[in-house]
Design a protein around this ligand. Structure first.
Ligand code: APR
Length: 311
């Protein structure tokens, strides 16, 4: 069996960590594509990563180039091309600049990797994944946005920090757009199957939900120049792995909805089954009236940003 090929478009902070984790999981050969100005940086990162392999014996090849053809025949494409936030910026402030970049990237992926399962990470996520879908003309199951996996990981982290219990036993789900109006579902959060409402007082839980909503911004503020990269990279790799190994994991992802949860014609965070068919299913379930109202509010924000793409 020949090795799978993973193409990373954008070899910056998240891109570098995607390459590292994909190599450590031996998901396949890795290519990093970036603009000519960044060619030295990605070639250097690729070589550095090649030299990390002997210790644990990861037999994968890692290569970087500014020639877009390097992604040819990729099984998975992960897009981080774009600019990250600076303090004081919302993800939506990146729309103009990142939309131009996604247009260029969609062309390249369509030309060189038309069969790939595409995971978009660039922000504002819900609009960028929509733009990629429209511009590439790819089927809906072949395109997905990484947001809910990260937002849920943040929720799990804060609950583990609050209770002191293993993060491994915390389960959480965050639905909706990848912005401050996201919907962390406290009703479904649990530690070892025990509802968190039994373990954490209500006001503490509310504070955690608020922290989850602004968790990306908290890191942007601390960095002063850029946004989070370790957890975003790990979150996207979980999705790529589920596709490549047909694991059929249930992960909240920005998937294209056609009626699910009352959303029609938009990408928004919903529980999605990822397997060899890409986004194989969206798992719809009954929301409370309050949750429905919150989902509608986040959908309105997503619609507004999507409208600004003009697509
Ligand atoms: N094609 C390929 N790569 C590109 C292109 C393009 N047309 N335009 C820009 N890039 C590259 C940049 O050269 C840079 O190396 O994308 C990379 C982005 O890396 P960083 O600036 O380090 O940003 P990062 O932290 O990785 O975040 C990338 O993901 O989470 C989002 O908001 C974040 O939109 C941002 C994206």
């Amino acid at each position: 069996m020949s090795r799978k090929k993973i193409a990373l478009i954008g070899g910056g902070q998240i891109g570098g960590n995607l390459a590292l984790i994909a190599a450590q999981k031996e998901l396949g050969d890795i290519v990093i594509s970036d603009i000519p100005k960044a060619e030295g940086m990605i070639k250097g990162k690729a070589l550095d990563l090649m030299q990390l392999r002997p210790h644990d014996g990861y037999d994968v090849n890692i290569e970087g180039s500014s020639d877009p053809a390097i992604i040819s025949g990729a099984d998975v494409v992960i897009i981080t091309a774009g600019v990250p936030r600076k303090p004081g910026m919302d993800r939506e402030d990146l729309l103009g600049i990142n939309l131009k970049i996604i247009k260029d990237v969609a062309n390249n992926v369509k030309t060189h990797a038309p069969e790939a399962f595409v995971i978009v990470i660039s922000n504002p996520l819900d609009a960028m994944v929509y733009a990629f879908y429209k511009l590439s003309g790819f089927p809906k199951n072949q395109v997905v946005g990484m947001a809910g996996a990260l937002d849920s990981a943040r929720f799990r982290t804060f609950i583990a920090m609050e209770t002191g219990f293993s993060v491994q036993d915390v389960t959480c789900m965050v639905l909706g757009g990848h912005g401050d109006s996201m919907v962390p579902l406290t009703r479904l959060a649990a530690v070892g199957g025990i509802p968190v409402s039994e373990l954490i007082p209500e006001e503490r839980l509310n504070a955690i939900v608020e922290r989850v909503r602004f968790a990306g911004g908290e890191i942007v503020k601390l960095f002063g120049n850029g946004s989070a990269y370790y957890a975003p990279a790990q979150s996207a790799i979980e999705m790529a792995e589920s596709y490549l190994r047909d694991k059929k994991r249930v992960i909240p992802c920005a998937s294209y909805c056609e009626g699910e949860f009352g959303v029609d014609g938009y990408f928004i965070g919903v529980p999605s089954v990822i397997g060899s068919g890409g986004v194989e299913r969206i798992l719809e379930f009954t929301l409370t009236e309050e949750e429905k109202a919150e989902l509608n509010a986040t959908l309105e924000k997503v619609k507004k940003t999507v409208a600004e793409t003009g697509l």
